[in-house]
Design a protein. Structure first.
Length: 376
């Protein structure tokens, strides 16, 4: 049976483009990180739309969550959820801080659809819910693996959980666009968004802390199979690079992110390659940000063809508290963490500004040298 389910999932995913919304690792705060489950740390979500050739080419979508792992089911209590703002079904949008399940988060503008998955049992399982103006269906979801809803398949493999559902079950069709948030959460009704993809800094510090995220992740359901690649090179200023640094990127069209990811820089110069659906066109911005570096927003024009960014994308250092400006607070934080060794230290790891492995006078010098600089 397990092999049949796996074959069904493999066959379901025709060579449509996988759109990736990746997160950085190590961005979850305590106490969630002390619960003994590495799967609270979400590494990303991959979305693929294809046609079910065994059912009159019925459009369907596959959501694949990836966690730090290595085993999504050890322990097996993590929950994987999506709050979705899609086309109005006629019932409006839920703007409260309780979504498809009683979880204390929502997205800006409200949500009207919900994917809620679990990883216990042989294959895990999930529900699809739609807002009806009062709630998300109560005891009657739009579809669920436990109901045997046609087209709904769940599979757990290593550190990935894959959930597949017909678009019609979600009240969607090809060409529709959704904005969403994807996150891990706990098993209690009052748990919040523990590791939302759109937020890699300033996350919640208590399991039941309420939060409304931007909901700026965007996906259009399409069976398009091609992509355009944007390549270039990051230049991390004022670093020794004994330790690596994760730099996150988001390709923004207006205020919406059409793909996100990260570059793991092990040297001061780090190349990147970003795949974007070939159907995306026109003006866009790639926003690079991470660690103690200020944001650098790089304008691009999406044409459907591969392109290379001319020159280095320079990352200015010294924003220890990620406020968007190198200021006195960054100096104060670095001084407060003086002498800490990373990895394994206490305080703010961004205080090791030059990535040497130790917070020392060189880090203070970098912050002072870049004093007054702000996000680009």
């Amino acid at each position: 049976m397990k092999q049949l389910l796996a074959m069904a999932l493999v066959c379901a995913v025709a060579p449509a483009m996988a759109v990736k919304f990746n997160d950085v690792s190590g961005d979850v705060n305590a106490p969630m990180t002390t619960y003994g489950n590495p799967n609270v740390d979400l590494l990303g979500l991959e979305i693929v739309t294809d046609l079910d050739t065994n059912n009159n080419n019925e459009p369907r979508v596959t959501f694949t969550f990836t966690t730090v792992g290595p085993d999504m089911q050890n322990p097996n209590w993590i929950k994987l959820v999506m709050a979705i703002h899609g086309p109005d079904t006629g019932s409006g949008y839920n703007t409260g801080l309780s979504t498809g399940w009683p979880r204390l988060f929502n997205i800006a503008g409200g949500s009207n659809r919900w994917i809620g998955g679990w990883v216990d049992g042989a294959f895990g399982g999930f529900e699809a819910r739609i807002w009806n103006g009062t709630d998300f269906g109560g005891g009657t979801p739009a579809g669920a693996t436990w109901l045997g809803t046609p087209g709904m398949i769940s599979m757990i493999t290593g550190n990935t959980a894959t959930y597949q559902v017909y678009l019609s079950t979600l009240g969607l069709q090809l060409g529709d666009t959704i904005h969403f948030e994807a996150t891990t959460t706990g098993g209690d009704d009052d748990d919040g968004a523990w590791d939302p993809i759109s937020m890699y800094q300033n996350q919640i510090t208590a399991p039941d802390q309420q939060i409304t995220t931007a909901g700026d992740l965007m996906y259009t359901f399409s069976t398009n199979t091609s992509s355009q690649t944007i390549s270039g090179n990051l230049q991390l200023n004022d670093v020794v690079m004994t330790n690596s640094r994760q730099i996150r990127y988001a390709v923004m069209v207006g205020t919406s992110a059409i793909t996100t990811g990260s570059v793991l820089a092990t040297t001061a110069s780090a190349g990147f390659s970003i795949d974007v659906p070939s159907t995306a066109s026109g003006a866009a911005t790639i926003v690079f940000d991470g660690s103690s570096f200020l944001k650098n927003s790089v304008p691009v024009n999406l044409t459907g063809a591969n392109q290379a960014i001319t020159g280095n994308v320079v990352m200015v250092n010294g924003d220890v508290d990620t406020s968007g400006e190198v200021d006195a607070a960054d100096i104060d934080q670095t001084i407060a963490d003086f002498g800490q060794m990373w990895p394994g230290g206490t305080g703010n790891p961004n205080s090791d500004v030059d990535a040497s492995g130790e917070v020392d006078a060189a880090d203070i010098d970098v912050v002072i040298a870049n004093f007054g600089a702000g996000d680009l």
